[in-house]
Design a binder for this molecule. Structure first.
Ligand SMILES: C[S@@+](CC[C@H](N)C(=O)[O-])C[C@H]1O[C@@H](n2cnc3c(N)ncnc32)[C@H](O)[C@@H]1O
Length: 296
């Protein structure tokens, strides 16, 4: 299996400015690419708290980080629970949203439209309903709204109608069924040549099944409260829904003057990175710093 390439790695590390002895939280550790470098900067006296809601990712991260010196704690959790589950104050926090390369490569997990597999798409397989279960129970209106809002799908109503009609014949159980529904709904002439016609639908259903945007803005605000004075938080988002939440959360945090925004405009990958790692294409990096309180 290929290892997930950490996106905007150099830029993220520059933004987080981690010093020796730091406590760092990687809230979405994935394969641990960012986390390994964060812990290296924190050094042997540093501490990493690595979180993921996918146990398979946590296991891979543990293995990949085993030789990096420093204290390590791994937590199987939704990062939205950080305020409740993590007691440490942090010098640096990273939220690298979305999916890991492994999610697409592990065909049986149903994230990819490239291969036929059960329609699962759950990142945390200990909870939540599968994509098939949701697509077989949601109303036409709910499906269309999801495809429009989380996928920006122009043919949302038509794709939803195909899904509803096909599920009546028991044809909405596998990724291939969903791909066929999309292809039947979007006329060839209207298809975007640069991406597979099912890309938007798969993204939208994944976001819905995992409730990825639910309470995200409030969660970022609450997580930023874990920062020590002078500590920094960075977000890496891959679509406008996530980026909007990060942007609004940081704006609200900065309004009360305890935080300052480090990125007036989001930092985006260079041409070279986009070429080398196509999954970085839409990435946007934003950062915020907790202002040191003046002591008299
Ligand atoms: C883009 S990958 C992170 C890649 C990582 N930075 C690396 O270098 O390998 C995003 C990870 O976040 C996890 N994730 C997404 N949403 C989450 C949430 N709400 N709580 C915990 N983990 C989450 C996914 O399971 C996935 O492993």
């Amino acid at each position: 299996m290929k290892r997930h390439k950490p996106v905007l790695l150099k830029e993220t590390l520059e933004l987080l400015r981690i010093e020796p002895g730091a406590v760092v939280i990687d809230a979405t550790i994935g394969h641990g690419g960012h986390a390994a470098q964060m812990l290296r900067m924190a050094g042997p006296k540093g501490k990493l708290i690595g979180i993921d809601w996918d146990e398979q990712m946590l296991a891979t991260a543990k293995e990949n980080l085993k030789d990096v010196p420093g204290a390590k704690v791994f937590l199987h959790a939704d990062f939205r629970d950080i305020p409740r589950r993590v007691s440490d104050a942090a010098d640096a926090i990273l939220l690298d949203f979305g999916v890991n390369l492994e999610h697409f490569e592990a065909v049986e997990r149903g994230f990819s439209f490239q291969a036929d597999a059960p329609l699962d798409m759950r990142m945390d397989r200990s909870s939540k309903e599968t994509a098939a279960a949701w697509l077989n129970r949601a109303t036409h209106g709910e499906i269309a709204k999801t495809l429009r809002e989380f996928g920006g799908e122009r043919f949302a109503g038509k794709v939803a109608a195909e899904i509803v009609s096909r599920r009546k014949q028991g044809r909405m159980k596998r990724t291939g069924d969903l791909v066929e529904a999309v292809l039947a709904a979007i006329p060839p002439k209207a298809r975007d040549k640069r991406i597979h016609p099912a890309t938007r639908t798969f993204q939208a259903v994944r976001i819905r099944v995992n409730d990825e945007l639910e309470q995200l803005e409030q969660a970022i605000i609450a997580i930023a409260d874990k920062l020590k004075d002078g500590g920094r938080l960075a977000t890496l988002s891959y679509h406008s829904g996530e980026d909007g939440c990060a942007k609004r959360a940081m704006k609200l945090l900065a309004e009360d003057r305890r935080f300052r925004i480090l990125t007036k405009k989001p930092i985006v990958p260079s041409e070279a990175e986009r070429r080398d790692n196509p999954s970085s294409r839409s990435a946007k990096l934003r950062g915020i710093e907790r202002i040191k309180e003046e002591t008299e």
